[in-house]
Write a protein that binds this ligand. Structure first.
Ligand SMILES: NC(=O)c1ccc[n+]([C@@H]2O[C@H](COP(=O)([O-])OP(=O)(O)OC[C@H]3O[C@@H](n4cnc5c(N)ncnc54)[C@H](OP(=O)(O)O)[C@@H]3O)[C@@H](O)[C@H]2O)c1
Length: 332
């Protein structure tokens, strides 16, 4: 079958489009003929490598999968359209989960076929088209988990970084539908305008304005009830500074680096909290599907690349050129 594999860590050129053997059927597993696989930042981390994380080569990336079943089982029919819940058993006792196509033993969806545990198979939401259905299982699920962890109620104010990104754009649309007041951060006029269109009440253009000053101005110096931070090192300081008394910062990512300097005094003097979010549970994915259907929210698709052009898709993400999800189309 055709697949994009990595045989070593590196830049986008490490992504090699080639012929590899089809997966050998395993007990308790299902084989999905992949139609679409969304690109996530995780794919770029796995491609580049992270100190201390081991990977068996060759490895197939891709955790956000939509396709059809090669064989039926239980309540699923052969050929049925499905999506894949991306989390599998953790590879260490001190992590919550491992991710298919990530730093796990499971190859991912940058391939014509992928083998995953049967319990990870979920019916494709019928109200989404095929390309949209592959976009929900990582960014949207994580955004949903983060918003739930934020403990915000209707009318509360939340600061959302990276409005153009997968997690950021998903957070804006979901937070708006939950009735939160949204201050979003984007870079540049065009992205700021899109952020407004998808539901942000205020947008701070970080390419020209000071995020901390503007956030405090929009909240009459009180600060926000919660911050959705997926950027990491470069934004943690401001994220903590703009929290109100008792505010919550929810974090899931390290796009700008994994080690931040925190003003501990700012944190304790307002009894603020920092909460980690890692993907979300299968139950949360089911509740996300229900919520998005009820509120008529469709994921934002930035672009669709052919599988063989996975390198160009990664470059687009690493240049932060996208607004929404970048998707790979798998040859049929
Ligand atoms: N823990 C989990 O389970 C989980 C799940 C999904 C994602 N994540 C992580 O969450 C992060 C975001 O993922 P994603 O898929 O949304 O990525 P993405 O689509 O590439 O979005 C990244 C966003 O970050 C913004 N950004 C980049 N550098 C910035 C900086 N220095 N200051 C402020 N904003 C900056 C970019 O917007 P600008 O236009 O402003 O540059 C862009 O919107 C990644 O680190 C990813 O690994 C974690």
């Amino acid at each position: 079958m055709k697949a994009v594999v990595i045989r070593n860590h590196g830049g986008p050129e490490a992504l090699s489009y080639e012929e590899i053997p089809e997966p050998e059927p395993r007990e308790g597993h299902a084989i999905v003929k992949v139609r679409y696989c969304a690109v996530n930042r995780l794919d770029t981390w796995v491609r580049k490598g992270i100190a201390g994380k081991q990977l068996d080569f060759p490895h197939v990336l891709g955790c956000d999968i939509m396709g059809t079943l090669l064989k039926g089982f239980g309540g699923f029919k052969r050929g049925e359209k499905v999506v894949v819940y991306p989390a599998v058993e953790p590879d260490s006792p001190r992590v919550l989960l491992s991710i298919i196509g990530g730093f796990s033993k499971y190859d991912g969806g940058y391939a014509e076929m992928v083998q995953v545990p049967k319990k990870n198979i979920i019916k494709k939401p019928a109200w989404l088209d095929d390309v949209e259905a592959c976009a929900l299982n990582v960014s949207y699920l994580t955004a949903w988990n983060m918003l739930q962890k934020s403990r915000c109620k209707k009318g509360d104010t939340v600061l959302i970084w990276g409005a153009s990104g997968g997690v950021g754009s998903a957070s804006i649309m979901l937070a708006r539908a939950l009735g939160f007041r949204i201050i979003a951060v984007a870079s540049g006029k065009q992205k700021a305008e899109r952020a407004r269109q998808i539901g942000a009440h205020f947008v701070i253009d970080r390419s020209k304005d000071d995020v901390m000053m503007e956030t405090l101005r929009h909240t009459s110096e009180v600060g926000v009830d919660a911050v959705i931070d997926h950027v990491g090192a470069k934004t943690w300081h401001e994220s903590i500074e703009v929290l109100s008394v008792g505010g919550r910062m929810v974090t899931c990512g390290t796009t700008s680096g994994p080690e931040a300097t925190v003003n501990i005094r700012a944190l304790y003097s307002k009894e603020a909290s920092i909460l980690g979010a890692y993907l979300g549970s299968r139950e949360q994915l089911a509740s996300l599907h229900r919520f998005m259907r009820l509120k008529k929210i469709r994921p934002i698709i930035d672009s669709v690349f052919d599988l063989k052009d996975a390198g160009a898709a990664h470059s687009r993400m690493e240049a932060s050129s996208q607004f929404g999800k970048i998707i790979l189309k798998i040859p049929s």
